[in-house]
Design a protein around this ligand. Structure first.
Ligand SMILES: [Zn+2]
Length: 230
């Protein structure tokens, strides 16, 4: 068999297998099936970024992902709270495994990524460093009809496609804030570095204090544009 024919045969076999998985003829676990909705309970794997991308423009798929989470949320109708900032595919989140400093409105993909981040990044980091869970997340909000600071480009906050994470409280009441604890080499700083890394894995964009002075007191996370981890 020539290399060309061998290559063609492999392509046919791979294509046939993919087709069989897609049609449900071959049964593989959902977390290894690229066409199965994201299940946030499953540990992230190679397919997770692909699945997160898939639910960006698919409201039904995104809602299925949220159903697998511990979040308390309400699906919101599309609206235009301000003329230049229409909101599509948003969810109002009241609480998760943690409480929030206040409920927030964000796009379904941001909320799905948050659910992954909390379960597989934030809580394991708290257990690793402090041996206890995070019970409350303090944030600076998600929706704000505005441009990026000192630019004329629209912020991801203008479509509620972003969230600003400012601090965390542990079960014993310990408070950790990005503003105060990012610098240094103690447990709180180590925890925040793990949280920042975890955010980079879950969200498309994560910007922290190293990025610029505007982010000295929070981690900005969003699901727009290019993969960025700063
Ligand atoms: Zn932000």
């Amino acid at each position: 068999m020539t290399f060309g024919r061998f290559f063609l045969l492999c392509l046919l076999l791979a294509g046939g297998f993919a087709y069989a998985v897609w049609r449900g003829v071959v049964d593989i676990p959902d977390h290894w099936n690229p066409w199965a909705p994201l299940d946030v309970r499953q540990p992230p794997n190679l397919l997770t970024p692909f699945k997160l991308r898939a639910l960006q423009n698919d409201r039904a798929l995104c809602e299925q992902a949220l159903e697998t989470s511990e979040l308390n949320y309400r699906l919101m109708p599309d609206s235009t709270p301000e003329p230049s900032c229409p909101l599509r595919n948003t969810v109002r989140v009241t609480n998760a495994e943690v409480d929030f400093s206040s409920p927030f409105l964000a796009t379904c993909p941001v909320v799905a990524a948050y659910a992954l981040f909390e379960r597989h990044g934030l809580q394991p980091a708290a257990q690793e460093v402090f041996g206890q869970p995070v019970t409350r997340v303090d944030h600076f909000g998600s929706f704000a009809c505005r441009n990026i600071a000192r630019s004329n480009r629209r912020s991801q906050h203008a479509s509620a496609n972003a969230l600003d994470l400012a601090g965390f409280r542990l079960a014993d009441g310990t408070r950790i804030t990005v503003a105060r604890d990012w610098k240094g080499d103690g447990d709180k700083a180590r925890f925040l570095r793990l949280v920042h890394q975890a955010a980079c894995k879950a969200f498309n964009v994560t910007l922290g204090p190293e990025y610029n002075a505007a982010h000295h007191d929070h981690f900005h996370v969003d699901m727009g544009g290019f993969q960025t981890c700063r």
